[in-house]
Design a protein around this ligand. Structure first.
Ligand code: C5P
Length: 261
């Protein structure tokens, strides 16, 4: 039987919920509440260090998907080995720092391809972190990087694509510049999502989910606006509706780049 995916299903698959909590119990409750309302769960350093792979197994047992956000950055062999273990955990996405070098990224991609082929595993998407959104131009200068944050983001995104990475994590302000220089298949995952007029918390470069998708993001990552809502499921459903409304514009944003494929 042909499974018909509605626009809302497609929109839901693009919403990644950040499981930024400190225990398996809290994470489990959120997974149960939101499993039909979001497309993927993001597990970061705090939760992973607390629970280890148990949270990943828990989500997988319930049919959910995981973005493992551990931002690997080390010598190529070490990152490649860590990436193989992330692959064996069956996560759908994980990430590494692009500033770890093209060698680090390409060795990671090769190691993941190899382990998928020999152990018959599904291939996770490997994303690059370019410049952390917490860094400013003076921060870059202090570590000896000239130019603006925006230029460095674009440079690292290009390097990531040339190294065989599947995409990047990028703030809303960076989406269009990355879409211009990377192919339409290069995946952009965007955090820093806030509804218009909502508190920015500690995020500096923010946008609404629909705006990020319209600019060409493939996925949006949302944490506090859903987790801290009175009704998290209703908040997730609102984000999904907004993504659904922006999907036609997203197609246009990707098509505008057709020449670079
Ligand atoms: O709660 P909030 O919606 O701000 O959560 C955003 C999530 O995305 C957090 O897990 C945060 O660590 C992550 N993130 C981010 N900015 C980046 C990369 C990741 O906010 N540049």
């Amino acid at each position: 039987m042909k499974v018909v995916r509605t626009i809302e299903d497609k929109a839901r698959s693009r919403l990644i919920f950040a499981l930024d909590v400190g225990s398996l119990e809290e994470a489990g409750e959120l997974v149960q509440t939101l499993e039909g309302s979001v497309g993927m769960f993001k597990v970061g350093k705090q939760l992973f260090l607390k629970t280890g792979p148990r949270i990943i197994e828990y989500v997988h047992e319930r049919g959910g998907k995981i973005f493992l956000d551990l931002k690997f950055h080390d010598i190529p062999r070490t990152v490649a080995r860590a990436a193989m273990e992330a692959t064996r955990l069956g996560v759908s996405m994980f990430n590494v720092h692009a500033s770890g070098s093209t060698t680090m990224m390409s060795q990671t991609v090769s190691a993941v391809d190899r382990v998928c082929a020999t152990e018959h595993l599904p291939r996770p998407r490997i994303l690059a972190v370019t410049v952390l959104t917490s860094l400013s131009n003076p921060d870059l200068r202090a570590i000896g990087v000239g130019g603006e944050v925006a230029d460095q983001v674009v440079r690292l995104a290009k390097l990531a694509e040339e190294s065989g990475m599947d995409g990047v994590v990028a703030s809303p302000q960076e989406i269009e510049a990355i879409r211009k220089i990377c192919s339409r298949r290069f995946v952009i995952v965007t955090p820093g999502i806030r509804e218009a007029g909502a508190p920015a918390d500690d995020q500096h470069r923010i946008a609404a989910a629909g705006e990020a998708i319209a600019k060409g993001a493939d996925y949006v990552v949302v944490g506090r606006p859903i987790r801290e809502a009175n009704d998290p499921r209703a908040a997730a459903d609102r984000v999904v509706k907004e993504i659904a409304a922006a999907l036609p514009l997203s197609v246009a944003a990707h098509a505008a780049d057709a020449g670079s494929d």
